[in-house]
Design a protein around this ligand. Structure first.
Ligand code: SF4
Length: 122
């Protein structure tokens, strides 16, 4: 048995979560949560942690003289892939205009998830 501790990020309460993992690597017990979201977060964080990744990429030709646009992954990616995803978009430059939701890079670092713009740039 192994015990892992997390702080729930589901809301500002920040409940302290404790996850008991059996010898087969399966979650045997979750405690400390005060709602179902906390239990779901604890199970996922203990077995398959994922994150939305945010960053910026270069923009050329902006009439508003913007040089970068903020971006994020369209959905969660495995936590272990965060730095590889950032490296994968390091040299990306897109042309203005850019609209929120435009795909900046497809299948970022082979995750199957696209990187999309989170800001309009004209
Ligand atoms: S367990 Fe529920 S109440 Fe507690 S921090 Fe997470 S989301 Fe909020």
């Amino acid at each position: 048995m192994k015990i892992r501790n997390f702080i729930c990020i589901g809301c500002p309460l920040g409940c302290p979560l404790q996850v008991t993992i059996d010898d087969a690597g399966t979650v045997a017990r979750v405690s400390g949560h005060t709602c179902p979201r906390g239990e779901a977060y604890a199970r996922k964080e203990a077995t398959n942690p994922t994150r939305i990744v945010t960053s910026t990429v270069w923009v050329r030709g902006s009439k508003s003289h913007a040089v970068t646009v903020s971006v994020k992954t369209a959905s969660d990616i495995p936590k272990g892939k965060i730095f590889d995803c950032i490296k994968d978009i390091k040299d990306v430059t897109i042309s203005a205009p850019v609209r929120i939701g435009d795909i900046v890079k497809t299948n970022v670092d082979g995750t199957g998830v696209d990187m999309i713009a989170t800001k309009n740039v004209f």
